[in-house]
Each structure stands twice: as structure tokens, then as C-alpha cells.
Design a protein around this ligand. Structure first.
Ligand SMILES: [Zn+2]
Length: 445
């Protein structure tokens, strides 16, 4: 009898696997959810501030082979950004598929007891992809995503963005989920030799000569070594985690392209800067002028993109036949009002998106993608329904028709079962340091 039951169970299992559908039980709320098993793995790699206009030249020179490889193996194009063009808001939109009024993260800082303190993750009022993926019983790993402290309980692990500030002992809540994970990660901080080695390797200016006009630049220059050491620690954490823990969806954000792009334009030839500033003031700036200064700037900042390219190489070397890449940025950079930036511009500069791997069309240019489409696209890749309350849609035109044929897109009204309560911003011993960091980038006064 027992044997018969076993045979029936096995037959049912085979049928379910053959039809690619099975039921999983969420660990967190025991609600059974059915997903159509796509068995696709995802590496979602965020590169804060990455911008096509500054990548064109190093790419043409063959200096970004991993970006190029992914583009040839996927769909790519501009990724529309939004106002306010601020990283915590935008990365939360990317992670939720919702505009900031629906996700609740509206700035770098929040007010608590009449004081400005850094915004914290408990202020988000809707689920992010890591919650939804967990609800459906799939596994997820998240590293250094903006506004993820305190870390959330997920079906996998989370290294919150406060890890990069070092000194987790200054926080009265863990910096990772599970809390013990921090023991496996490298400490943040790097020696001057190591930093100079990176600077030479990627051809970054050795002598920092800040532009006297920018009051923030001196602070920023002093922080630059710190930014390199943060991204270095995040990169090493990713290497360790993707080697030790296999998850269905892995997401990370790197920040060095953004902070470098804020700083390094002050190395542009002053004559050129003055000439274009004068033209701009007279309303005579042409597309040709913009192309010329973009090219000049990409010679300076190109090394940072090479560094990002090396990071992609880490992930490519760990990918297999079922791995899909989603590479994106929250905004780009453009020359406007005599400087390079992304905030307070007439229109926010587009970011980048590359969708590569077995599920996607190859070497295919897409248009019209917005950062609100990233989470719906990721959920579809995993066979999870998209929420009707999301502002973005699945980037179906980026997918290979054979994938669409096999996997019908599904929807639910919402993944939020009752609204998440917005918590008060949480103070910590890192607040001062984080506020200084934001000041040095000119994000707050
Ligand atoms: Zn940003």
C-alpha cells in the first residue's frame, strides 16, 4: 500500500514537473502560491549613474568587453528615469515597480524629532521584489540596495546598504539578514596603497585638483577613497556570497560610477568647459557640442566603467545556461548648466538597461523602457504574477518569442495584503557620517 502511494506521488510529481507548474508554500505566511516554474536564475546588477553617452567611446575602443558581451547576448537601450532624480527614491522604484508616492521613500533624509536623519527601509510602504520572490518560495539574495536597513527577513539573505558605512557595532539593529551573515563579509576599508593601485589600474587622475567653483568638491575628494573602499567591499561580498549561496534571484547596487561622475568632470579641459558654458548661457549649445564634451569626459571617467565591466566579469564567470542578467542604472549623467549631473535638470538623464541571457532576444535594441518596468520584468522571468497596482509593465518586447510562448504573463491585483505601515526613520550611530557623505555629493545642504 505504501509502495502504491509512493508510485502515485512520483507520477504526480513527474506530471507537475513536465507541465512546469508546482505549488510552493511560503515560509513566512504559509500561503500557498502557484508559480509556473521558469527555472531562470537572475542577476540584477545595479550600476548607480551608468550612462550610455559616457560608455560609447570606451566601448568602441573595446574597453568594456563584458558589457558588450551581454549586449550581444541580449536586449538593451535607454532606461527612463524620473523626477526627483534621487538615488534612494529611484532604486526603491526599481525594486517595487512603483512611483515614489506609492512606495513611500521620498528623499535621502527623513525628519525625526525635528532633526534630519537618513531615511530607513522601514519607511517603505509596499513590497519590493525581494519580499515578493520570498512569498512565492523562491530564494533571493540582496546586497547594498539603497534603503534596505534594517535588513528584511527574506527567503535567503540581505546585506543592507548600511554595511558599506562600516562599523556595524554603531547600529543597534543587525546590518545583515541573517544577523550572523556579517561574519562572512570583509570589513569595509582599504589601505592607501590598495586605493592608489586601483587609481592607476583604471587610469583615474592621480592628483585631485578640485574645481574651486564647486563648494562640495573638496569634501567629495576627501571621501573618494572611502567610496572606492565601499564598492570594493561590496564586490568582495558578492564574490563570496554567489560562491557560497545559490539563489534564484540575486540583486546588488554598485555606487562608484555615480560618485565618480559627480567628481571627475572637474578634470575636463577648462578652455572647453568655458567655451561650452558660454554657448550654453547664450542658448547656442548644439548636439555636436554635447557629443564633443561627452567624448572628452568619457576619456576621464572611462576607467570607472572599466571597473564596472570587471565587476560584470565576476558575475559572468559564475553564470550558467539558465542565468539571465538585468543590468540597469537609476539615471545617467549629462552636461547641463555648465556641469555634469543628474539632479535638478530640465529632464532627468536616461539610465541604461541590458537584459541578457536565455530568455531574451539577442543583440536587440529596445526603446521606451522605464525603471518601473524592472520589477515586473524580473517577476515575469521567475513565473510570478505582476501586481496590477505596479506602475511599470513587463518589457515583453525584450524577450525571445519562444520564452513568451512557453510562459504566459500573469497578474494579481496586488502583492500587498494590506498596506505596510510606514515606520519612523531610525536613528543610528552612523547618521552623522551618512549625512556628511550626502553633503559631499551636494545632495543635501
Ligand atoms: Zn543614482
Amino acid at each position: 500500500m505504501k509502495r502504491k502511494l509512493w508510485i502515485i506521488t512520483a507520477v504526480v510529481a513527474v506530471i507537475l514537473i513536465a507541465f512546469g507548474s508546482y505549488t510552493v508554500y511560503s515560509k513566512r505566511n504559509n500561503r500557498p502560491r502557484t508559480v509556473v516554474a521558469t527555472r531562470q536564475k537572475v542577476y540584477l546588477i545595479g550600476i548607480d549613474g551608468a550612462s550610455w553617452n559616457l560608455m560609447r567611446k570606451p566601448m568602441a575602443e573595446g574597453k568594456l568587453p563584458n558589457f558588450q558581451r551581454l549586449m550581444q547576448n541580449g536586449s538593451y537601450g535607454p532606461l527612463k528615469s524620473f523626477i526627483p532624480t534621487k538615488s534612494p527614491i529611484l532604486w526603491t522604484s526599481i525594486a517595487t515597480g512603483k512611483k515614489y508616492k506609492k512606495h513611500g521613500i521620498g528623499n535621502y533624509v527623513a525628519e525625526k524629532d525635528g532633526k534630519m536623519i537618513p531615511v530607513s527601509g522601514n519607511q517603505r510602504i509596499t513590497k519590493a521584489f525581494w519580499n515578493i520572490v520570498s512569498d512565492y518560495g523562491l530564494t533571493v539574495g540582496v546586497v547594498n540596495w539603497w534603503v534596505t536597513w534594517p535588513p528584511e527577513e527574506v527567503n535567503g539573505y540581505m546585506v543592507s546598504d548600511r554595511y558599506r558605512n562600516g562599523h556595524p557595532e554603531k547600529l543597534d539593529q543587525p546590518v545583515t539578514y541573517p544577523a550572523s551573515l556579517i561574519k562572512e563579509l570583509p570589513p569595509v576599508g582599504t589601505s592607501m596603497e590598495r586605493y592608489m593601485e586601483d587609481r592607476r589600474k583604471y587610469g583615474l587622475p592621480e592628483e585631485l585638483h578640485p574645481d574651486a567653483e564647486s563648494k562640495n568638491i573638496e569634501m567629495m575628494v576627501n571621501s573618494y577613497k572611502q567610496y572606492w573602499s565601499q564598492d570594493r567591499a561590496v564586490r568582495e561580498s558578492c564574490r563570496r556570497l554567489i560562491a557560497s549561496r545559490n539563489v534564484d534571484v540575486f540583486g546588488v547596487v554598485f555606487r562608484i560610477v555615480d560618485v565618480s561622475s559627480h567628481l571627475l568632470w572637474t578634470y575636463l579641459d577648462l578652455k572647453m568647459l568655458d567655451e561650452l558654458r558660454a554657448k550654453d548661457a547664450a542658448g547656442k549649445l548644439t548636439q555636436q557640442d554635447i557629443d564633443r564634451i561627452d567624448e572628452a569626459y568619457s576619456k576621464i571617467v572611462g576607467g570607472v566603467y572599466q571597473y564596472a565591466d570587471d565587476i560584470l566579469g565576476d558575475f559572468i564567470s559564475k553564470s550558467d545556461a539558465n542565468t539571465n542578467f538585468i543590468i540597469c542604472s537609476d539615471h545617467g549623467f549629462k552636461f547641463e548648466d555648465g556641469r555634469y549631473g543628474h539632479a535638478s535638470m530640465k529632464t532627468p538623464p536616461d539610465g541604461i538597461v541590458i537584459l541578457a541571457g536565455p530568455a531574451f532576444r539577442k543583440n536587440y535594441k529596445i526603446d521606451g523602457a522605464t525603471q518601473l518596468d524592472i520589477t515586473p520584468t524580473l517577476l515575469y522571468l521567475e513565473g510570478i504574477p505582476v501586481g496590477r497596482d505596479m506602475d511599470g509593465t513587463i518589457l515583453l518586447h525584450a524577450f525571445d518569442p519562444s520564452f513568451i510562448k512557453l510562459h504566459h504573463p500573469t497578474v494579481v491585483d496586488s502583492h500587498d495584503h494590506g498596506k505596510r505601515q510606514q515606520g519612523q526613520a531610525l536613528s543610528s550611530g552612523q547618521d552623522q557620517e551618512i549625512l556628511e557623505d550626502l553633503k559631499s555629493l551636494g545632495y543635501i545642504q
